[in-house]
Design a protein around this ligand. Structure first.
Ligand SMILES: CC(C)(COP(=O)(O)OP(=O)(O)OC[C@H]1O[C@@H](n2cnc3c(N)ncnc32)[C@H](O)[C@@H]1OP(=O)(O)O)[C@@H](O)C(=O)NCCC(=O)NCCS
Length: 177
C-alpha cells in the first residue's frame, strides 16, 4: 500500500530528512548538491511512502518573482523525484497533483524549472516562453541558460500573465532557478 503525506520541513525528523536527501541524491545521479537541498527546504514537502520506504517526493517553497511585470508570491516546486525502481507507475504524478492543489490554495502562481516538460505539461503546467532573469545583488541579470526551462501553473488568484514576457526570480546562492 502507498500513502501520500505532506508536512512542513520543521516537522520532519532528522532521520526522515536524511531519507529524502538519499532519494534525491540517487534520483539525480549524484548531481543534487547541498545548495539544491537548501532550496528544497523551508516550505512544504509532499511524499509517497510504501512498505519499502520512500517512493516519491516534491517540495514547495515560497519565492517572489516578477512575471510579465507583476510581482507575485509564487509556490516554487523543487526536488521532485521518484525512486528509480518505482518510476512510470504514476507516483510522481500523484505527488505533483497534491503540490498543485497546495499551489492553487495558497499562491498567485506555481513556478518550476525543469528539463522534463512533458511530465508537467500533462498536469496543466505551461512553458514560459519569454526571457529569464535574476534579480541579483548586482542588479537584474539575464539567465539565458534557463530560457525555455521554466514552467508555470496558473491558480484562481493568478493575474493575467503573458508567458512571452520577462520572468525575474529573486536571488539565492546556487542555481537561481
Ligand atoms: C521525472 C520523475 C519525477 C517522474 O516520476 P514518475 O513517478 O516516473 O512519474 P509518473 O509515473 O507519474 O510519470 C507520468 C508520465 O510522465 C512522463 N515522464 C516521466 N518521466 C519523465 C521525464 N523524465 N521526462 C519527460 N516525461 C516524463 C511520462 O510520459 C509518464 O507517462 P508514461 O509512463 O505513460 O510514459 C522521475 O522520472 C524522476 O525522478 N526523474 C529523475 C529526477 C528528475 O528528473 N526530476 C524532475 C526534474 S524537475
Amino acid at each position: 500500500m502507498v500513502e501520500l503525506h505532506s508536512a512542513p520541513t520543521d516537522a520532519l525528523s532528522i532521520r526522515f530528512s536524511h531519507d529524502i536527501r538519499t532519494l534525491l541524491d540517487a534520483a539525480f545521479g549524484g548531481h543534487f548538491t547541498d545548495e539544491d537541498w537548501a532550496h528544497a527546504i523551508g516550505g512544504m514537502h509532499v511524499w509517497l511512502i510504501g512498505s519499502g520506504g520512500l517512493i516519491s517526493h516534491g517540495s514547495l517553497v515560497e519565492r517572489t518573482l516578477v512575471c510579465s511585470g507583476q510581482m507575485l508570491d509564487v509556490g516554487y516546486v523543487e526536488a521532485v523525484a521518484t525512486a528509480e525502481a518505482h518510476r512510470r507507475k504514476g507516483y510522481g504524478t500523484m505527488v505533483m497533483k497534491h503540490l498543485g492543489e497546495l499551489i492553487r490554495e495558497r499562491y498567485d502562481l506555481g513556478v518550476l524549472s525543469t528539463g522534463a516538460h512533458s511530465f508537467y505539461e500533462a498536469l496543466g503546467w505551461e512553458r514560459w516562453r519569454g526571457p529569464t532573469f535574476v534579480s541579483s545583488p548586482r542588479g537584474r541579470e539575464r539567465t539565458p541558460e534557463d530560457d525555455g526551462g521554466i514552467m508555470i501553473l496558473r491558480t484562481p488568484r493568478s493575474p493575467v500573465v503573458d508567458v512571452v514576457g520577462d520572468i525575474v526570480c529573486d536571488w539565492r546562492v546556487g542555481d537561481v532557478w
